[in-house]
Design a protein around this ligand. Structure first.
Ligand code: BGC
Length: 734
């Protein structure tokens, strides 16, 4: 009796004495200490297991130590549905239908940092709820050619615009304890030959055009993850490229997050070990099915790596460096006890998507104030075109989604206009139709077997009988359109839309053309139609957002994030014959990408970078500088009054560009260095201010490997687009 009592007492005593919490589990300790502690407890096998996938989107934690697995998800526009363990096909879960947000070109077209923050926060909440700790996005590859099939996933042609907008997105995502994985680092500017193309370019083009958005993501956005690109740079694949990852990302920018490979972007164990990669995904070992045991072991950073580590052929320091980065990711995400829980598929998120969409839609042309449609004066509207009914969230590659719902433009208009207006629909043309993507069905049965002539005849009849015609065309998410894995074949619209639009405009002058695309298209019919709207891919609330702008509930305020050319050879990459290359591609247009090229060669664009109209008008006063001269340690402020001269509230993006009047190296006529989106009531005026420092005047000096601001005169341009400058003022750097 006594003995038992004593034993129980001892037991109680030993339970009462708390075992000391290991440092790695103690979130009051600094992350770096936790990392070292966890690392010291891990075996080499456990470390190697963390460096490569164990399923299509997942990688190992340390089960023995309670360190969670990492779960990634595409993508930039919404949370990808769950896929089977080792396949691209969806797993058929019933709880993973997401809110589809507008594609990133639309976000870029908002020119609004607040929209980017809202986007990041909302999509981050969705990822968090789905228990993903890495979101594979956003993408900031620069728009070099309008043929790139993935441009719709990126933020346009200008490094400053992309840099400014990527930062709030990342912060928003990461406020949920979910890492943003910024992609594709770097120089993934075409889909043709994307796994084999070797990119060559000057350091100036690299540092001035292609890197700034990534740098901002790292330095200002504090991104916790970066994805390598498929292509090569200077003969080495980007996912284990010494210069890109070791020299630039790690050494110059001091990146402390994880580098994740693109899916199937790794080719070599030694390079992967030494050149900055941390986690390998999607390698073509045919996953679980090839080897009888576990084909993930065949990844370059799996058994082949372990073998070389054990034999001493590869230094163990390479492994510890990777695992430190991966553990840092873990402590920032899954092992951060304070992170929120997220939310998924909510009406708030749908509304956020709609708000962003409405701010990104661009009114390209509006002769005679054709838009907005006045529902009280319009009795019969003809809606023509496949894109009025076609689902756009399914397809296009890895950004394909299983959306909770998607409002088509036709539905959006019908709901907005109600019974008071008769809406008649005619297809007009047909494109390729896929019923689904990776097992996600569009649930649409829109194949139309009628001939092109029959479809045209019907559309013309419907258009002729209407008071107003809205044509919804553009591209779609099929191969050779806006779709990953390949590029477009032409700048022109597919499926004979050009001749259809011309025919429609002949029978009804009250016509608005809405282009649904993530890329510029040529418009030989531009002068035949009064109104043109750039409608992007807008996600779940697409139709409602478009209807709101078309009917004037929302005053459009989007501005183009890239230049619309008349023809392909208007673009530098094509004019110089340096696309798509043969095995190798040299960016011969150099720093003259987008409007920089158009301005240098005095090419009149179809629609300029930064262009976008409103249903109201804005007048600009004179730009005034705080001083005419500055030194390298000073800043100068520029102020300009902007007034809403119309009779309704509207938003304007005030854009500031700078040109170097005389320079020792070729420089663009002007470059975007600042922008502010402001809202003005009818008649209201605001004074908009910008601060300029020496960085805004600099170029990248290849010999000094530094940004240099040369003394001399600079011109400041302020305007409503790159081609609509309202005031200029000269300053001098002493
Ligand atoms: C794409 C990435 C994507 C990954 C995973 C790749 O093919 O290039 O952007 O995140 O697949 O789906």
């Amino acid at each position: 009796m006594k003995k038992t009592f004593l034993l129980a007492g001892l037991l109680i005593l030993s339970f009462a004495l708390p075992a000391q919490t290991p440092t790695y589990l103690d979130d009051t300790k600094p992350i770096e200490e936790r990392i070292e502690d966890a690392l010291s407890r891990m075996t080499m096998d456990e470390k190697v297991a963390m460096c490569h996938a164990q399923s299509k989107f997942g990688s190992a934690g340390v089960p023995r130590l309670g360190i969670p697995e990492n779960w990634m998800t595409d993508g930039p526009h919404g949370i990808r549905p769950e896929v089977l363990w080792d396949e691209w096909n969806q797993a058929g879960w019933t709880n993973d239908s997401c809110i589809a947000f507008p594609a990133l070109t639309c976000l870029a077209a908002t020119w609004n940092r607040e929209m980017s923050a809202l986007y990041g926060k909302s999509i981050g909440e969705e990822a968090r709820y789905r228990n993903k700790n890495v979101l594979l996005g956003p993408g900031v590859n620069i728009y070099r050619t309008p043929l790139n099939g993935r441009n719709f996933e990126y933020m346009g042609e200008d490094p400053h615009l992309a840099a400014e907008l990527v930062v709030p997105y990342i912060r928003g995502v990461q406020s949920n304890g979910v890492a943003a994985c910024v992609k594709h680092f770097a120089l993934n500017n075409q889909e043709v030959d994307r796994h084999t193309v070797d990119v060559n370019l000057s350091d100036r083009a690299l540092y001035e055009i292609y890197l700034p958005a990534f740098k901002a993501a790292v330095r200002q956005g504090n991104a916790w993850a970066i994805m390598g690109a498929y292509n090569l740079y200077r003969g080495q694949h980007a996912c284990h490229n010494r210069r890109l990852l070791n020299d630039i990302l790690r050494d110059e920018w001091q990146f402390d997050g994880v580098v994740v490979s693109d899916w199937g972007g790794v080719y070599d164990t030694r390079q992967a070990a030494y050149n900055g990669l941390d986690m390998e995904f999607g390698t073509g070992t045919n996953g679980l099915t090839e080897n009888s045991a576990n084909a993930y072991d065949a990844y370059f950073l799996a058994k082949p790596y372990l073998d070389k580590l054990q034999s001493g052929e590869i230094a163990t320091a390479t492994l510890d460096a990777k695992v430190r980065n991966i553990l840092r990711l873990t402590f920032r995400t899954t092992m951060n006890k304070n992170r929120p829980f997220g939310s998924f598929g909510t009406s708030e998120h749908a509304q956020a998507g709609r708000t962003i969409a409405q701010e990104g839609i661009v009114l390209l042309q509006n002769d005679n104030n054709t838009l907005p449609i006045d529902p009280n004066k319009t009795k019969k509207i003809a809606v023509i075109g496949e894109n009025a009914i076609r689902m756009m969230t399914v397809g296009g590659g890895s950004s394909s989604l299983k959306a909770k719902y998607e409002i088509s433009p036709l539905k959006g208009l019908q709901d907005r206009l109600g019974a008071q207006v008769e809406v008649r629909y005619a297809r007009g043309y047909t494109g390729e139709i896929s019923d689904g993507y990776n097992g996600v069905s569009t649930k649409q049965h829109i194949r139309d077997r009628r001939s092109a002539d029959e479809l045209t005849a019907e559309a013309i009849k419907v258009a002729r009988e209407a008071d107003f015609v809205i044509f919804f065309g553009g591209l779609n998410k099929e191969k050779h359109q806006d779709c990953e894995g390949d590029d477009r074949k032409q700048l022109g619209l597919p499926y004979n839309q050009d001749s259809l639009i011309t025919a429609l405009a002949k029978v009804n002058k009250n016509i608005a053309v809405v282009i649904i695309s993530g890329n510029a298209v040529s418009m030989p019919w531009r002068k035949e139609v009064p109104a043109i709207l750039q409608g992007w891919y807008l996600g779940t609330e697409a139709g409602n957002a478009l209807a709101a702008v078309l009917t004037g509930d929302i005053n459009p305020s989007g501005k183009l994030p890239f230049t619309f050319g008349e023809k392909l050879t208007d673009y530098g990459a094509h004019a110089t014959g340096s696309y798509p290359g043969q095995g190798e591609v040299t960016y011969k247009e150099d720093i003259f990408v987008g409007y920089r090229w158009f301005e240098k060669h005095k090419i009149k664009p179809l629609f300029a970078f930064g262009h976008g109209l409103s249903y109201t008008t804005f007048s600009y006063g004179k730009a005034v500088v705080s001083a005419k001269t500055m030194t390298r340690d000073d800043t100068i402020t520029v102020h300009i009054p902007v007034r809403n001269t119309g009779n309704r509230v509207g938003k304007e993006v005030v854009q500031l560009y700078i040109g170097d009047i005389k320079s020792s190296v070729p420089r663009p006529e002007k470059e975007l260095k600042g922008f502010e989106k402001i809202e003005l009531q009818a008649g209201e005026e605001k004074l908009i201010g910008f601060t300029i420092d020496k960085e805004d005047l600099s170029f990248f000096d290849e010999e000094k490997h530094a940004y240099i601001a040369e003394s001399g005169k600079f011109k400041i341009f302020i305007g409503s687009s790159s081609s609509d400058i309202r005031s200029t003022v000269d300053i001098e750097l002493k």
